[in-house]
Design a protein around this ligand. Structure first.
Ligand code: SAM
Length: 353
């Protein structure tokens, strides 16, 4: 027999939402239905609360046991964390290779060991759990982490779209959440293009541009420029690891490297994944762009009107260079803060007539 809350059908959804929010719903049983009533299984510990909640009577009823399904992190931590804590944790949670990475807000520090144990129980391939200690920052855009469980390491091998990337969370930027966006851009590459990847990090765009393009649409050459020497070292290893033949990794500042005469009007496609600095580096990128080149520009815009001003600013910069930009597509990629969102703009460059 299961302890449950008997509610009228019309009130069932509201009651279920309240039970879940309170952590009072018991997922060991299925919800029962009989005539005009629904029987919602509840945890024994929630009996007093459910009795007072006013949705209906608390009683015992024979309910079917819930079908076994693979446990999720949500199930593992149900009862360990409050629903709000759980949502926060899940929204920050990523697995990169054999490292699980999460955000632990200060009030949850006392529970971090329990959380890490649950993660390692649920994902046996995870060898290390790290927590983010600061926001993404500095010129190299690194988001530092600290090991809270398992092997003391921050380097791992991440797999994405069939490519492998050596990454080190404390030495170079890498974001697995960008993998679908990388594929969106890579799918646009046309046969024989010269592709310039600025702010190339450990090489995920450059390597995908060679490995994930179909045989009939391979670029001619890919030049990947990155300032952080550690990222360049990892990128060179990743180029070898993925047996890429068309990529040249160049260490240096984008504006300095692109000032070399060999880059003038060289590129048919330019990828600029550095949202905090994209507009500052647009002038050298425009110098490197042939007529008809496509620039994939990542930038931040206000959450309520993401495109307002952004395209105008880009166009103004282009006009000073005697170029014009056509906005082919844009989309919001992620919310960065309550007031800022990250957007990507696909821009076609031409010479002003
Ligand atoms: C947001 S990360 C993107 C990295 C990579 N494209 C990715 O998606 O994983 C920006 C990168 O730009 C690099 N960077 C910052 N300023 C730079 C500059 N002036 N010239 C070249 N690279 C720069 C940082 O070191 C960092 O690796």
């Amino acid at each position: 027999m299961a302890l449950c809350l008997k509610v009228a059908k019309k009130d069932a959804q509201k009651a279920l939402t309240a039970l879940r929010a309170k952590g009072a719903f018991c997922s060991q049983y299925e919800v029962g239905h009989e005539g005009a009533f629904v029987y919602l299984p509840i945890r024994t510990s929630a009996k007093a609360w459910a009795t007072k909640a006013g949705f209906g009577a608390v009683m015992k009823k024979a309910l079917k046991a819930a079908k076994k399904r693979p446990k999720s992190l949500r199930d593992e931590l149900d009862g360990v964390l409050s629903p709000a804590e759980l949502e926060h944790l899940l929204s920050s949670f990523d697995i990169i290779g054999d490292i699980a990475m999460l955000e632990v807000p200060p009030p949850l520090t006392s529970k971090q060991a329990l959380v890490a144990e649950a993660i390692m129980r649920l994902y046996p391939h995870v060898k290390t759990v790290v927590k983010k200690t600061e926001g993404t920052g500095g010129q190299y855009r690194i988001r530092p982490v600290e090991v809270i469980a398992g092997e003391k390491k921050t380097a791992t091998l991440s797999r994405e779209n069939g490519c492998s990337f050596l990454v080190d969370l404390n030495r170079a930027y890498y974001n697995p959440r960008m993998s679908a966006e990388r594929m969106r851009v890579i799918k646009q590459i046309k046969k024989g293009e010269n592709v310039l990847v600025l702010f190339a990090g450990v090489g995920p765009y450059a390597i995908a541009a060679e490995k994930n393009t179909p045989a009939g649409a391979k670029p001619a050459r890919i030049i990947a420029i990155e300032l952080n020497p550690d990222a360049v070292e990892l990128m060179r290893k990743n180029i070898a690891l993925n047996k890429c033949k068309k990529i040249e990794a160049v260490e240096g500042d984008v504006s300095v490297v692109l000032a070399r005469p060999s880059f003038y009007l060289w590129a048919e496609r330019i990828i600029m994944p550095h949202p905090t600095e994209a507009l500052r580096f647009l002038p050298p990128a425009l110098d490197a762009a042939r007529d008809g080149a496509i620039i994939h520009l990542y930038a931040f815009g206000p959450a309520d009107r993401p495109m307002e001003g952004l395209f105008g600013q880009a166009q103004e910069i282009a006009e000073k260079k005697g170029r014009t930009l056509k906005l082919l597509a844009w989309r919001v990629m992620q919310t960065y803060s309550p007031t800022l969102v990250q957007v990507v703009l696909d821009l076609e460059v031409s010479t002003a007539s």
